[in-house]
Design a protein around this ligand. Sequence first.
Ligand code: AMP
Length: 416
Amino acid sequence: MSASDFQPLQGMSDLGFPEILLWQRLEAQARDVLSSYGFQEVRTPVLERTSVFVRSLGEGTDVVQKEMYTFEDRGGRSVSLRPEGTAGTIRHICAGGPDLQDARLFYFGPMFRCERPQAGRKRQFHQLGVEVVGPALAMADAECIALQTDLLKAWGLVDFRVEVHTRGLPEDAVAVRDGLIGALAPVRDRLCEDCRRRMDTHPLRILDCKQESCRALLDGVPPITSFMGEAARTYLDQVLRLLERSGIPARLNPRLVRGLDYYLHTIWEVTHTALGAQDALAGGGRYRISVGGREVEGVGFAIGIERVVAALVQRGLDPASLRVPPQVWLVALGDAAREECFLLAHALRSEGWRVGMDLAGRSMKAQMRAAHRAGAPLVVIRGETELQEGVAVIKSMADGRERRVPASGLAAALRA
Ligand code: AMP
């Protein structure tokens, strides 16, 4: 067996001690915040019919065209590992889950995208996401952004930026496209090769081109909101006003576009300064999705958990510091005492104590070392003599002080 036989697939990771402690904490804190907003959890399968994603995300999107893990199952049906959580959640709602107009759902789980792995970009990564189903309301969008910033704050993140923009309404799409192409036509030859191609395929994507030369050319182009109708602009203003009045530091980014076809009205992205090139922490937007002939409108977001973890670790958080040590460690000398300690551990645990002990019958020194490594503040020592006398010795690891107590009153003595 070579070393690589023990590694997960490229772009995928095991999650274990100590990082897992941070993940568990993030999840617990998120549940508190989400319940204060009245959200219920949903767990949909990670594998779905490919059509669930193709229909809702859009045939031409990068995710569908290049990044999905798609294969035929043994029955010859095309299935895909979910690349995001919205499509499955909406499918669940349409399948007769919660009431279509009032659904407030969240999910937490793995997503799969077959991208080129690099720092901050994985093939299996995790998202916490929410979906709020209902018609377009600026207040619903602002509430969603407020929830997202509350989550990030609850996790202890501070240096994040929220950037908001609008995709306008579907009826604005042609005017936006034509307006943008018209404004860029005089400088077409000076755009990068990718952007020249985007002029014909996906002109909106020119707005977030990373090339300095393209960015400079875009400075001379009117904001795309100027090509939209009044309704889209008013809606965006309402969202921004609500955020401002709620004290949420969001700013308008007229260059923001998001990759998926299903967005309309508000879109947003959250970035974090500690993350380097892949600085997107989360994204969200209002969407209209068609699932099985049904149109569903809603608003939602997804936060990349690996990136939240990376940002927190960057800020100096050590996941190992979140370990919860045993409250007491049982040290036994001799087989009879070991069996008594085994029973005692069971009794104490059923009363709610966190108890550790070495089952292998190692030396006293080795057992004390194990207690120290585990970080137990108290040790209970029992040997042949203590067994015969019906007592136990409680030792404090902090100052080495020892106390002999009757075995029958051990739990009470530990509590004291
Ligand atoms: P998206 O669904 O593409 O809007 O992604 C939402 C968030 O998920 C992003 O802001 C990232 O934090 C995270 N994310 C997306 N793709 C990846 C990936 N390949 N690896 C790690 N995190 C990702």
